[in-house]
Design a protein around this ligand. Structure first.
Ligand SMILES: Nc1ncnc2c1ncn2[C@@H]1O[C@H](COP(=O)(O)OP(=O)(O)OP(=O)(O)O)[C@@H](O)[C@H]1O
Length: 259
């Protein structure tokens, strides 16, 4: 049986800033955990913003579970996808639970009952953090709270219609324990939904059996079924690395090293 298509893009052309264009001629993603990789400024965040539906001028080019973005309001789209942006910042004093209450249009007390046995709240260990104003938390603690809101946004019970999870640098600020938990969790839910995550953990992606997309100057320059399929020439081209900085580990995958 062929996997259902969660997201498809055709002839996407976006010129959000004067001297920068994002161009994707064709891309189809099914449930799975996709790594979106590229150098600083390659256009990963801009592409994710675009797929999240934040640029109205490109709606026609993107389809989510068969529905064209042009036929969906932002509220309808929000039921189908969850998005962690790169720069999250509370502009006023608000606790994590208050943020979740807004996100899920719910009373705080009933939300707490609903989340009592939540794998996300348990795994990211945020039950106590969510009681505090976000601006009083450390960077990594705050990231865990924002991640909680995003991951719950595609929770099977809370948002059964959601089948696309977009993450922009989700590992930023996380300590190793929560990074490992997050990787396991994403692997787990990716059997059901499409997870598309930009990040700079290149060695992790290279070692993985998950699909990878390489981006450079606003375009996708490579689509690979597994990180292990990426070749040294792809890494040199994508990141401007010197080939001496790349080694072939256990005759199985490339790794980038600094000695
Ligand atoms: N608000 C903005 N105004 C003008 N140019 C912008 C703006 N935001 C981003 N850009 C430019 O758009 C290009 C793509 O930026 P984008 O943030 O999508 O890259 P990225 O691949 O996510 O990079 P990073 O890995 O550093 O987060 C860059 O050249 C950047 O300078």
């Amino acid at each position: 049986m062929t996997a259902p298509i969660s997201l498809s893009i055709n002839d996407l052309l976006l010129n959000p800033f004067n001297d920068f264009t994002v161009q994707v001629s064709e891309l189809s993603l099914s449930p799975g955990f996709y790594h979106l990789l590229g150098a600083n400024g390659a256009g990963k965040s801009t592409l994710l913003d675009c797929i999240a539906g934040l640029y109205s001028e490109v709606y026609g080019a993107i389809t989510i579970s068969g529905s064209g973005y042009s036929s969906l309001s932002l509220q309808q789209l929000a039921q189908k996808r969850a998005y962690l942006t790169q720069q999250n910042q509370a502009h006023f004093s608000i606790t994590g639970y208050e943020m979740l209450a807004i996100c899920f249009d719910s009373e705080i007390e009933s939300l707490k009952v609903l989340l009592e046995n939540s794998a996300v709240v348990g795994g990211l260990e945020v039950a106590d953090l969510l009681e505090k104003p976000l601006q009083f938390l450390s960077g990594g603690e705050r990231q865990r709270c924002y991640l909680t809101a995003t991951l719950l946004g595609c929770d099977e019970k809370l948002k059964p219609q959601a089948n696309l999870l977009l993450l922009d640098e989700p590992f930023t600020g996380l300590d190793i324990k929560h990074t490992l938990w997050l990787i396991d969790y994403l692997e787990h839910i990716s059997s059901r939904i499409c997870v598309l995550s930009s990040h700079h953990e290149v060695n992790f992606a290279l070692k993985s059996q998950n699909p990878c997309l390489l981006m450079k100057k606003g375009s996708l320059i490579g689509e690979f079924k597994a990180g292990r399929d990426i070749k040294i020439s792809n890494l040199v081209d994508c990141f401007g690395l010197n080939s001496a900085q790349i080694s072939y580990e256990n005759n199985a995958y490339y790794q980038i090293s600094w000695n």
